[in-house]
Design a protein around this ligand. Structure first.
Ligand code: PAF
Length: 283
């Protein structure tokens, strides 16, 4: 596995792979890799023949009061994990390499950036969309792989790729969970042992939602009320939002009468966690 720190060097490696007839997959990450990321890399190795993993803690997607400084950066361990998962190249640029001067060109995916996490994280999705557009232009992959755990990000990147005619496939892979249901996240490492137990309420509430839908309930209001009960049980939990929205537009649904995204954001102590499930409603 090769490590590229500059745009020039990753482009050269991709060019060489292309000249051998290889297809290129990109897995964009911010490092602190866990099994969820590994599943994306493994999927990329199945779907493409040359896999680039980018590791870049993107300053542009963190708010001034967010955890940019303390975000974990265990690069050595990440490199090992990438190699074991079958990556061909890790692209780990500096912030200067990606933002050599004040960035004046931003990608704003209107309407999809505002709801859900957009309300408490202004500017976050602008930073995500911009860095992904840059990575797509730098690596020029045939396919890019993202996790369903970040459902709003997934919807937004899909839309950006379509709106801006990026010639690549966006592949969204299922959320990977611990045996107790907690969705894997690099931010789980901020949780104390008690908070880790409390954090299971996110998945419990999503399970409750699925169970209610299976039993025939389709009123979002009723489902959300039950979910809120579960989410507010642990003393450490503070709900930011519980919403049932249309998968594509991210607009609230009063009734689950079409495919829906059930999305939640909850603070456990001082750690903000998100999770979601998709509910398929056959037409
Ligand atoms: O999901 C993430 O880790 C980041 O938002 C991404 C897509 C790598 C962009 O910085």
């Amino acid at each position: 596995m090769k490590i590229a720190k500059t745009i020039g060097s990753v482009r050269k490696l991709v060019r060489q792979a292309r000249s051998k007839g290889k297809s290129v997959g990109l897995v964009p990450t911010m490092g602190a890799l866990h099994q969820g990321h590994i599943s994306l890399i493994e999927k990329a190795t199945k779907n493409t023949s040359f896999v680039v993993v980018s590791i870049f803690v993107n300053p542009a997607q963190f708010g001034p009061k967010e955890d940019f400084k303390k975000y974990p950066r265990p690069l050595r361990n990440d490199l090992k994990l990438c190699e074991n998962a079958g990556a061909d190249v890790v692209f780990a640029p500096s912030a200067r390499e990606i933002y050599p001067q004040e960035n004046l060109t931003w990608v704003n995916v209107e309407k999809l950036s505002q709801p859900l996490c957009g309300r408490s994280r202004p500017g976050h999705f602008r930073g995500v969309a911009t860095v992904c557009a840059k990575l797509f232009n730098i690596v020029q992959p045939d396919a890019a792989f993202f996790g369903q755990k970040d459902a709003q990000q997934a919807a937004l990147i899909r839309r950006m790729a379509a709106d801006l005619n990026f010639p690549l496939k966006i592949i969204i892979c299922p959320t990977v969970r611990q045996p107790d249901g907690l969705a894997l996240s690099s931010r789980n490492q901020y949780l104390s042992p008690q908070e880790k137990k409390d954090a299971v309420c996110l998945y419990k509430s999503l399970r409750k939602c699925r169970q209610m839908v299976v039993l025939g309930e389709n009123s979002s209001k009723k489902i959300i009320a039950q979910m809120r009960n579960i989410l507010s049980a642990p003393a450490s939990a503070k709900i930011e939002y519980v919403e049932i929205v249309d998968v594509k537009t991210l607009q609230p649904l009063t009734k689950i009468d079409r495919s829906a995204l059930v999305a939640i954001a909850v603070r456990i102590g001082s750690t903000r966690l998100i999770d979601n499930i998709l509910i398929d409603v056959p037409k």
